[in-house]
Design a protein around this ligand. Structure first.
Ligand SMILES: [Zn+2]
Ligand SMILES: [Zn+2]
Length: 708
C-alpha cells in the first residue's frame, strides 16, 4: 500500500485517516477525528504518497479549511452550498502566491491556510457540492485535489512554459508549499528532490498539457472526483486488450477440472507425475527497515516511524518502538525479517515453492536511493536463498521497489527515466530461481515473466505496479502498461492450448480501488476469458488477509469464475500483526485444497524481546469457515452466509485484520461490515452489481447456504 498511502477522508464532518495499504477497504477504518480537531495537514494527507500530494498542489488547503473550521451546518436553507470551482480557484491563486513569496518557515510554525479565503470559510465548513462534479463522493477532497492541482499547474505554467524556464524556482515553490502544509522540512526536501525531475518530464512531454481533472480522476479514483460529462471508465481513454474467443476444441480439452477428479491418462505429461498435494508458502510485503531502532520514539508524526528522525521527541516507555516491530507506522527490523524466514523453515520443512508478491523496501518514501533499495533487496533475497536452498521461489516486484517509490516508467520514455536499472537488478538477483535467459525479454520490457514450474504448473509473475494510482507515469499515459496485459492474454492463450493450469502473481490487487480502472477492467476481461485454466491469483499490497471473488461482468448472478488470495504482510504497517500463508494445492488441477494463515501477536511478542515470537496457526480456512472444500461454489456459499449473518461476516473481518489488537479494539459494524463484504465481490471500480446480487440472493429464503 502503499504504499498506499494514507488517505484523509471527510466523513460526517470529521476526517478518517485510513492507511489504504494497511486497510484494504477505506470503510473498514472508522477512526474519526473529532470535529474541528486541530491536526496538522501533514497528518491528514495521503500517507507515503507525498510525491502525488505535491503534484496535487499538495496542498490540501481546502480540506484544511473545512477541518479547521469545524462542522457547521450547510446553508441557512438547509440545502448544500454550491461551490463554483473557477471562482474559488481564481480567489485562491493570488493569495497562495503571496504566501509562497514569504520567507521559509520555522520547523514548528504552522499556517492556518483556511484563513486565506475567509469568504469561503462558512460555506466550506458545512455541507457543500462542487458545480460540475455531481458524482464526487467526497466534495472536500475533490475540491482540494482540483484546486491544488490548478494552483500547481498554474504556477508551473507561468514559471516554465511562459516564464524563463527556471525549474529550480518551481521546486522552491513546491518545497515551500509542502512546508506551509505542515510537513516536516526533511520530508519536503526529500520528496521534492526525488520526484521533481520526473514530474517535470511528465509535464513537458504530455500532450495535451494536463488539466486538474486529468490528475484527480485517477488519483482520487475511489472517490469519483470526475467532472460531469467525463467518464474515467470509458474505453476511449485507454486501449483494450484483443481477446481471442475460445474455440470449442481447446475449451473442451481444458475444461476446468476439479481437484482429484482429472482422468490423468488424458493429461499432458507435465501434469501427471505427482500425487501428493503441493505445499506453497505465500510471503509478501516485508518492508524491511535497515534503520529501525528499537526503543526510539515511534510516535513520530511522519509518514513512517521507528527511525531516528530530525526533531524526534524524547523516547518514553509509552512511545518506544517495540523490539519485534510496532503497531504504529513502522516497518520490519532485520531480526524480524530473519525470524519469519527461519520460522517458516522450521515449521514447514517440506515446502514445494514460495510465492513472494513484492514490497521489500520500507515506507520512508522521501528517503530512498537506488543503492539503498538494492541493498535492502539483496539482503532479503540472499536471506531467502540461504534459508531455503533448493526451494523454487517465484518473486515479483512491489510498488516500493522502485526509486522513487511507486514510479514505474513507460518503456518508451528517455533512457535515464526508465525503470531499467531495477529490471537489470532483479535479473541478476532472481537468477537462482528463474530461467533468466528465457524470461529476459519481458523482464527487461516491464519486470514480468512466465515460467513452468518443476511440478507442471505455469506461473505468471506480473508487474502491475504501473496501475497503482500514485504512479505518476499514469498522468503521462493512461494505458502504457497495455502491452503487458496483451502479453498476459497471449500467454494464457498458449497455456490453454497446451492444457496447462496457471497461477497469477501480482502485487496490487487488480480489484482494489487503488489500481487504475484501465488495468482493472482489461485484466478482468482476461480473467473471465481464461478462468477455466486460472487456478488461483495471489496478491500483496493491502497487507490484510483477504480474498476476492470474480463474478462475470455481464452475469453477476452466476457462480464466481475465479478467486484471488491476498498474502497479508510481514510488516506491521500499520496496526497489523505479521503473517504469512501456507497453501495446499491439488497436484493436478492446482486448485487450493486448504489455506492456513500463520502469525504472532505483536503485543505479546514485544513483552519478551529476548525470545522469538510465538508464531501460531491463526486458522485453517476450511475449519475456520466450516467448508467442505475451497471450490468456487463453496466460496460463493460462504459469502452468501456472510451476507446473511453479521457474526459470520464479523469473523471474516477479524481474520482480515489478522486479529490486530488495536483494530479489534476499534471494531467494525454496520456499514463497515457491509463494505468488507462488498470488497470481496467487487472486481471493478463502481461495479457494485455482484454485491447487490449477493444481498438479493441472501434475502431469498430458498437459497441454500451450506455451512459444511
Ligand atoms: Zn506493502
Ligand atoms: Zn505495495
Amino acid at each position: 500500500m502503499v504504499c498506499l498511502e494514507r488517505i484523509a477522508i471527510l466523513t460526517g464532518g470529521g476526517f478518517a485517516a485510513v492507511g489504504k495499504e494497511d486497510q484494504a477497504s477505506v470503510e473498514d477504518s472508522q477512526k474519526v477525528i473529532g470535529h474541528g480537531a486541530v491536526q496538522s495537514i501533514a497528518e491528514m494527507l495521503p500517507h507515503g504518497s507525498l510525491f502525488a500530494v505535491l503534484v496535487l498542489g499538495v496542498f490540501c488547503t481546502a480540506g484544511v479549511h473545512v477541518q479547521a473550521a469545524g462542522n457547521t451546518p450547510g446553508s441557512p436553507r438547509g440545502s448544500p452550498y454550491r461551490i463554483d470551482l473557477a471562482q474559488y480557484n481564481q480567489a485562491l491563486l493570488p493569495r497562495v502566491r503571496t504566501l509562497l513569496e514569504a520567507a521559509e518557515l520555522a520547523e514548528e510554525e504552522s499556517v492556518p491556510l483556511f484563513e486565506l479565503l475567509p469568504e469561503y470559510r462558512e460555506r466550506l465548513s458545512g455541507n457543500f457540492l462542487i458545480d460540475g462534479f455531481a458524482r464526487a463522493r467526497d466534495a472536500t477532497r475533490c475540491l482540494t485535489c482540483m484546486s491544488t492541482s490548478y494552483l500547481f499547474l498554474s504556477l508551473y505554467n507561468e514559471t516554465i512554459v511562459d516564464g524563463q524556464g527556471n525549474t529550480e524556482r518551481v521546486w522552491t515553490i513546491a518545497r515551500r508549499i509542502c512546508r506551509l502544509l505542515g510537513f516536516k522540512r526533511y520530508l519536503c526536501e526529500g520528496v521534492v528532490s526525488l520526484n521533481g525531475a520526473v514530474i517535470e518530464y511528465v509535464l513537458r512531454h504530455r500532450t495535451p498539457f494536463p488539466e486538474p481533472e486529468d490528475i484527480c480522476q485517477v488519483f482520487l479514483q475511489e472517490l469519483d472526483c470526475v467532472r460531469d460529462g467525463r467518464n474515467i471508465i470509458e474505453a476511449a481513454l485507454f486501449r483494450s486488450v484483443e481477446i481471442t474467443p475460445p474455440d470449442e476444441a481447446t475449451l473442451v480439452a481444458s475444461t476446468r477440472d476439479q481437484p482429484g477428479s482429472c482422468p490423468s491418462a488424458d493429461l499432458p505429461p507435465h501434469r501427471k507425475y505427482r500425487k501428493a498435494p503441493l505445499t506453497i508458502v505465500h510471503l509478501t510485503d516485508i518492508h524491511y527497515d535497515p534503520e529501525y531502532v528499537v526503543g526510539v520514539n515511534a510516535d513520530c508524526k511522519a509518514e513512517a516511524c521507528c527511525r531516528p528522525l530530525p526533531g524526534l521527541g524524547v523516547a518514553t516507555e509509552a512511545n518506544a518502538a517495540g523490539y519485534w516491530g510496532d503497531y504504529r507506522d513502522c516497518d520490519t527490523p532485520w531480526h524480524g525479517v530473519v525470524d519469519v524466514m527461519e520460522h517458516i523453515r522450521r515449521q514447514h520443512p517440506k515446502i514445494d515453492a514460495i510465492y513472494f508478491t513484492g514490497d521489500i523496501v520500507h515506507h520512508f518514501t522521501w528517503n530512498t536511493t537506488i543503492e539503498t533499495n538494492e541493498d535492502a533487496m539483496r539482503q532479503v533475497f540472499d536471506l531467502m536463498k540461504h534459508t531455503f536452498p533448493g526451494i523454487p521461489i517465484y518473486p515479483i516486484l512491489g510498488n516500493h521497489e522502485s526509486h522513487p517509490a511507486n514510479l514505474y516508467a513507460p518503456h518508451t520514455v528517455e533512457q535515464s527515466y526508465r525503470t531499467d536499472y531495477l529490471y537489470n537488478f532483479i535479473a541478476k538477483q532472481w537468477a537462482d530461481w528463474l530461467p533468466i535467459d528465457k524470461i529476459r525479454p519481458t523482464l527487461a520490457e516491464g519486470g514480468y515473466y512466465t515460467v513452468r514450474t518443476p511440478f507442471g504448473l505455469r506461473i505468471i509473475g506480473l508487474n502491475n505496479n504501473p496501475c497503482f494510482v500514485h504512479n505518476f507515469w499514469l498522468f503521462y499515459s493512461l494505458d502504457y502498461y497495455m502491452p503487458q496485459l496483451q502479453w498476459l492474454h497471449d500467454t494464457l492463450l498458449a497455456a490453454e492450448r497446451a492444457n496447462e493450469r496457471v497461477h497469477i502473481l501480482a502485487h496490487v490487487p487488480s480489484y482494489d480501488d487503488s489500481c487504475f480502472v484501465g488495468w482493472t477492467r482489461e485484466y478482468r476481461k482476461i480473467v473471465e476469458r481464461f478462468a477455466h485454466i486460472i487456478a488461483g491469483q495471489f496478491n500483496g499490497h493491502s497487507h490484510v488477509d483477504e480474498f476476492n471473488l470474480y463474478y462475470k461482468r455481464d452475469d453477476p448472478a452466476a457462480r464466481p469464475v475465479s478467486v484471488a488470495w491476498n498474502g497479508g504482510s510481514t510488516t506491521t504497517f500499520t496496526k497489523l500483526n505479521p503473517n504469512y500463508k501456507v497453501f495446499q494445492f491439488d497436484p493436478v488441477s492446482f486448485e487450493p485444497l486448504e489455506q492456513e494463515t500463520w502469525m504472532y501477536n505483536l503485543t505479546e511478542a514485544n513483552l519478551t524481546p529476548d525470545s522469538r515470537p510465538s508464531w501460531y496457526r491463526l486458522y485453517s480456512f476450511r475449519d475456520y469457515y466450516q467448508l467442505e472444500d475451497m471450490s468456487l461454489d463453496s466460496l460463493h456459499r460462504l459469502v452468501l452466509q456472510f451476507a446473511r449473518s453479521e457474526p459470520h461476516l464479523e469473523r471474516y473481518w477479524r481474520a482480515k485484520q489478522k486479529y490486530s489488537d488495536p483494530l479489534l479494539q476499534d471494531g467494525c459494524t454496520g456499514t463497515c461490515l457491509r463494505n468488507a463484504l462488498c470488497a470481496i465481490v467487487r472486481t471493478e471500480h463502481e461495479d457494485e452489481s455482484a454485491c447487490q446480487m449477493l444481498y438479493e440472493q441472501a434475502a431469498q429464503p430458498d437459497v441454500t447456504v451450506s455451512n459444511n
